[in-house]
Write a protein that binds this ligand. Sequence first.
Ligand code: F0G
Length: 461
Amino acid sequence: MTIQTQRSWAEPFKIKMVEPLKMTTKPEREKALKEAGYNTFLLRSEDVYIDLLTDSGTNAMSEHQWAGLMLGDEAYAGSRNFFHLEDAIKKHYGYKYLVPTHQGRGAEHLISKIMIKPGDFIPGNMYFTTTRLHQELAGGTFIDVIVDEAHDTSNKNPFKGNIDLQKLENIIKKAGAKKIPYVSIAGTVNMAGGQPFSMKNLKQVRELTDKHGIKIIFDATRAIENAYFIKLREDGYQNKTIPDILLEMCSYTDGATMSAKKDLLVNIGGFLALNDGDIFEEARNMVVIYEGLHTYGGLAGRDMEAMARGIEEAVLFDHIRARVGQVEYVGNKLLEAGVPIVEPIGGHAIFLDAKQFFSQIPQTEFPAQTLAAEIYLDSGVRTMERGIVSAGRNKDTGDHYYPKLELVRVTFPRRVYTQAHCDVTAESIIDVFERRQSIKGMKMVYEPKYLRFFQARFERL
Ligand code: F0G
């Protein structure tokens, strides 16, 4: 590596166009929050100053991507942008077949419907909300086989996204390989705090699943961030490039679902990529029912072009280093102030440990939901609950799932905010932390049936 990589992670771009932000007063935010039922998902984005709700679809596109929009071929069938996208996916992810979808959950819907039969089990490295729901709607049961360290916010294991091979072997023994259509493995595990798996672990999972004839479906949504951590942290990968590492990762899997709204620097888009011709045939047939023709899958031609160009930018080392560097910058400020966060600092977000932050608020009074509301009130910074509300209810018992992790995600869109925005964010969280003891929890007053965190409403206790 050259000497330059020792220096700051400063961004490899400059700003050409700006989007003005509304600055609000505390009474205005109090009113907006109340109207939103204390759920940051229900705020109007106009009332938000710094939006760290999600890194999904909130990225800034480059001039090259914007130029690509003008080259959209909006033909119903066989758009040239589809072929550009197919080429970029083959080159960087290595899969043979592509089915575009409107976003990640479109791909999850297709693969779950095709591969899962009622009564099946799908082991994975911690659940993701939409992924698990599609598996359940297809009649399957998700089994969490992530390493125990992932549930411990202070454990500094560099690969907390790893699969526990013993847990995986146990479920294969218990359920039988025939009842396991695939293992669901995600890069930089979102709900674990943006934690990566190691290449070694993935190889071991491949060996074990090969022995039993079980497939691996990769949630490649943040695979490039995972590749970056492998380069930084895993022996033998320091001198490999991000594209090499990405290709190697994908080579151990049978297919991937992708929410391109993250790694791939676009505002909308996704895909299902596959190596198995038969599954591809089914997916290509099914996409026509649920998304659109197999050469656009719910996207405009221009969206596919932006994604194809986004892939080429997303794998550049200087890009990914600045992206993860920005998250680390804020995370380190919080650590210095003693704010409890998930360590190591994740790839796309900092996860505040709301159980420790508000040790006086029991999980049934929604500490993470409360913390996200308080941060918004303090500064107009919008974050997201990732705890008991996101976990939902057990479909058999009707009780809440009680996740070990009760977190608030402070999520960074790619290429959007400046270092000064980062400073304001850290200062606001630290201020709330300093008056944490005076804050009370909440009660849920409205609960939707599916993915309740999006629309649930709360009141202060
Ligand atoms: N998989 C992962 C790991 C995700 O983080 C997401 C979305 C999806 C699948 C679903 O993709 O939204 O394009 O349908 N995560 C967003 C988030 C919503 O804020 O983390 P989608």
